[in-house]
Design a protein around this ligand. Sequence first.
Ligand code: GRF
Length: 207
Amino acid sequence: MFKLAVLASGRGSNLQSIIDKLHLSKEDIKISCVISNNERAHALKRAKENNISFHLVDDQKYVKKGEYEREMIRIIDKFNVDLIVLAGYMKILSSEFIDHYKDKVINIHPSLLPAFPGLNAQKQAVDYGVKISGCTVHFVDEGVDTGPIIKQKAVYVNYEDNEDSLSRKILKFEHQLLPKAIRLIAEGKVLINKNRTVKIEEGEQGE
Ligand code: GRF
């Protein structure tokens, strides 16, 4: 069995897509635990409703970031997971955390990286006036949305689009792209080269 830990700070619609498309399917990929830094995160409710072990590690309660992250590591390591998925997780992870899980942490970001990293990616895209944006699944390194790119999906941006409408369009594809990327990793088809490019052994075409 390929085991996941999912970190989420809010609504948790990407978590839900992993639950629906992988966890509840016949595939051998299961979510072992969900962790949130936010007690009001709807993601925690979604985990509870699906009988998935859920944990609040409230970052506000820790003076030092190191202690906060070590608590997460303690929980994650109990489950012996194969992959950590950041699904709307709104905090930057330190290199201590990333090194502990080398090449085992992935993130979904709502733009075509390296364009528009960081917060409010959809607003950045609308404000810039790009005609195409999209979403990216990438491995996480110490930077902000800078790690090796696994998969991307492009979305047209119309003149009439605003932050909300573009966010909705992109989110629909996020819900497909993230489970797909997880499945490819679980199948051992995703290889990171020394130059940080990612080779997907099959299914590279058509996202
Ligand atoms: C998504 O747009 C994701 O790309 C970004 O944060 C948002 C989280 O949405 N990192 P949700 O909590 O999964 O609904």
